[in-house]
Ligand binder design. Sequence first.
Ligand code: FE2
Length: 318
Amino acid sequence: MNELRYDLYYIPVSLKKFRPDSLVNFNLYMKVKNRLVLYRDKNIVITGKDIENLKANGVESLYIKKEDRKKYREYLEKNLEGILKNPEVELSVKATYLYESAVNVVEDIFKHPKRGEIIKRSKKIVNHTVDFILSGPDAFVNLLQIRAHDYYTFTHSVNVCTFAIALGNKISAFDDKTLRELGVGALLHDLGKSMVDSKIINKPSKLTPAEWEEMKKHPKYGVMLAKESGLVSEQSMLIIGQHHEKYNGTGYPKGLKGKQISLFGRIGTIVDVFDAITTTRSYSKAKEPIEAAKFMLEHKEGFDEKLLFSFIELITVK
Ligand SMILES: [Fe+2]
């Protein structure tokens, strides 16, 4: 197998991502003379000594099959708390654990939008994300760096959550509890898409007027699901229901205008648009953050201007 071929089927995982003495339930491969060979069968504990031996032999990464990516994310979520608490683990590794765990939760919630236990997991992830972002400015920068640049509903939800918490924190408008409610709403903002036909969601070409009408219902569907769960606060629901409202009244589903849109909703619109245009989609190339900021300023009538300036400061000032 040459290098190009295995890149299609395998993903490299840095050794730093493995927690000593943790059970790994997917096969691990290693590169030997430009070939990938099985290093470990699944369901074997990887010990600290294994990791040291690999390092001593110059191995920096192991490989997993692409189809095991979900299992890999589950592994990270399972080990998340231990990693976040460990002062010896570097920030970038913590950020990866957090990001991939959050993607895992969102994937599950889209599959089973009515399962309360997954909403509870999403609240837990948001709590970790808030704690992480509040731990210092480098934490957010690390999360930004590992952000996925291709648009997928799951990663988009995590990106929106990260941006919303960081913006909410920057404007100092919320107490701790409210900031966490903002995060939960942001993570679940597109939950209603789970009720829209996947043919519409994944359609690579332009939607027909009827399809577009259906798509525009996802904020309402999302609020409905959140209400039904009995686990999401009214505050959090504001961002689910209002993240497509526009400051000048041209948004949906209600066409609310200005301060009729809650602060949560106004934050939601900004971070949602920003993430959408800075990630690659089937019909458009990703814009660089600076370009995206310019674009949003050119269309600033759709956003709360003061908030938009704060957001641009957040993503452009390093
Ligand atoms: Fe949306």
